[in-house]
Design a protein around this ligand. Sequence first.
Ligand code: V07
Length: 258
Amino acid sequence: MLNKIRLWKNQNNSSILRDKIEEIKKSPIPEHVAIIMDGNGRWAKKRALPRIAGHHEGMKVVRKTTMLANNLGIKTLTLYAFSTENWKRPKNEVDYIMKLPEEFLGTFLPELVENNVQVKMMGYKNQLPVHTLRAIEKAMEETKNNDGLVLNFALNYGSRSEIMDAVKQMISDSKSGKLSEADLDEQVFSSYLMTAEFPDPDLLIRTSGEIRLSNFMLWQLAYSEFWFTDVLWPDFNEEHLLEAIEVFQKRQRRFGGI
Ligand code: V07
């Protein structure tokens, strides 16, 4: 009996979700959504589990979020997986986190391929362990001909370094005559960033109640809508993503009205 109720509840929940998805698809969907996936450590602490248990649970949420984003027709999903500041964490935690791309792809790469998802990465590759980089590069290679959702992992990424490096490259290109000051504008500047191939995010989501950018896409988020939630990343689910998009759509409508 209990199992029957559970089954009914599940089916009922997923039909509610399906209806919500269809409703949301009637209005414009943000093309590029960026997410700061915060609160994994706190999620674990609340359960008296080691922090790495929170990261592992957070990895499963990446899969669910990717599948829904793809289903909704979002074109680019950028996920902040590891910042240049995160190296300061305990070594065992960093070592564990650096194994997550392999574990994730070992399990889900076939599903990503099947669903036409393209895997990309932005960040400083040279400091990553070879095993991590190898797994990601294999996934990028195997999905490069897909033309569905771009799943872009920000990994060992920091926005100020990205901007500084862009400035240095522009100076070097100007010295060698490849770039003249007269040609330099915002669009050219953007083309020197790691996000050169992507449009700016339309929507930024940050979980876990922190209301700051933490060195994430400072230039690119200049005109984006922000949606913050107290929900911890491992607890983030389809309903939350749909709510964020609903709020985005309502704001767009209000903006359009004046
Ligand atoms: C990481 C899980 C999600 C919460 C945030 C921190 C921990 C998936 C990946 C990943 C990265 C590249 C890739 C495939 C999967 C990942 C890191 C951390 C470093 F091609 N989750 N996840 N990478 N966490």
